[in-house]
Design a protein around this ligand. Structure first.
Ligand SMILES: [Fe+2]
Length: 381
């Protein structure tokens, strides 16, 4: 009755606090939290010791990640190891630099161990313990972790539930597979159709080198003659994709939902991001750079290098994908080359000119919306 009374007196109701449980917890940890639109080099940012993970670490929460996905950079000192950590959610790990070994085990106590090196990617299933070991005595290791903890803590708003949970039934598909991290388990599913793309879907728990992976398929709808690999992690809703596109070309602008974290395994270029009708943000990148396209912001990727460039995008939960990844939404969520602001082409050509290079974009691509790109990076799969 009190609230009804205050409203009838013309006073506004108290505002609903919009603070995610995850954000309050993240800020309470006491390590750096990086915000903004991009990280120039994840291999160089300052970290601080986090006892829970037993190593140096920093959170990355760029615009568009809030409440959806966690990105965390950790560093393991030369020759050092992290203590066992059990996490209740699936987590993807990408190796930013260094070489090492991970041991993973569940309630059966059987340790699955595997080695990794720069640009390796693997998944750590929910309810498993994991330890990381730096195999090099003279250089630190840096890892990028990606998970859905922000969303998880909105559902169960107790961080201990995720880090100190006595439930010990690790994911069933992990427990039954002693060769869980065998590279040979990567499988190509014929005829799969991922969010409207007719691309092969690869399934695996360990990918040895995303900087060398060349089994990509033509993704002509997004332009530039590029190729893409779609990856789904077995027994998990987590997924990612990596796109490669040729030197001195650029992709079409597009937009979609929030929470997608992009890290660069190789190449040199920049991305442009903007909210419809608003100012553009230009993001230079190279290996180790990280960016997040904010929710429904257009973004577009440009290769300024002499070699193909690649970007690896970790996907948010499917609920957040938006619709722009589907070909049928092209008109609303993708800008074809003939329709783009002339600035896009001018800026690209001026950036190339600074390097003594010229664009390899075919003139016809700017005139014909249905211009068919000849795939140039597909090496088969
Ligand atoms: Fe995108």
């Amino acid at each position: 009755m009190a609230s009804e009374q205050s409203q009838s007196n013309g006073r506004a109701p108290a505002p609903v606090e919009r603070q995610y449980t995850y954000d309050a917890w993240m800020r309470s940890v006491g390590i750096p939290v990086y915000t903004g639109f991009y990280i120039a080099d994840t291999r160089e940012i300052e970290l601080a010791y986090w006892p829970l993970r037993g190593c140096q670490a920093a959170f990355i929460q760029l615009a568009g990640q809030e409440g959806v996905s966690e990105a965390l950079v950790t560093e393991i000192a030369p020759g050092a190891s992290t203590p066992p950590l059990k996490l209740a959610t699936d987590e993807i790990v990408y190796v930013l630099k260094g070489r090492g070994v991970t041991a993973v085990w569940g309630c059966d106590g059987q340790r699955r161990t595997f080695e990794w090196h720069p640009r390796s990617m693997f998944v750590l299933p929910r309810h498993t313990y994991r330890e990381f070991h730096n195999m090099q005595g003279d250089q630190p290791v840096r890892l990028l972790h990606y998970n859905y903890l922000p969303l998880g803590m909105s559902v169960v708003n107790d961080p201990d539930f995720f880090f100190n949970n006595p439930y010990d039934q690790a994911a069933e598909h992990f427990l039954r597979d002693t060769e869980f991290y065998s590279q040979a388990r990567i499988q190509r599913q014929e005829g799969s159709n991922f969010w409207g793309y007719r691309l092969a879907l690869w399934s695996g728990n360990f990918f040895p080198d995303m900087g060398a992976w060349d089994k990509v398929e033509a993704n002509t709808g997004r332009g530039a003659g590029g190729g893409t690999i779609m990856i789904k992690f077995p027994g998990s809703e987590m997924s990612c994709h990596m796109s490669m596109f040729p030197a001195r070309t650029y992709k079409k602008a597009h937009r979609h939902g929030p929470g997608r974290v992009i890290v660069i395994p190789g190449g040199e270029g920049y991305s442009v991001m903007w909210q419809e009708g608003q100012e553009r943000v230009v993001i230079p990148w190279h290996e180790g750079s990280l960016l997040v396209p904010p929710n429904r912001w257009f973004h577009q990727h440009f290769n300024l290098g002499a070699a193909p460039a690649r970007y690896l995008a970790f996907h948010p939960p499917m609920q957040f994908h938006g619709y722009a990844e589907k070909v049928e939404d092209r008109a609303r969520d993708q800008i074809e080359y003939p329709d783009e602001d002339p600035w896009v082409r001018q800026y690209f050509e001026s950036e190339l000119a600074k390097r003594g290079l010229t664009s390899l974009m075919p003139e016809r691509a700017y005139q014909d919306r249905d211009f068919e790109w000849k795939p140039s990076l597909t090496t088969g799969s």
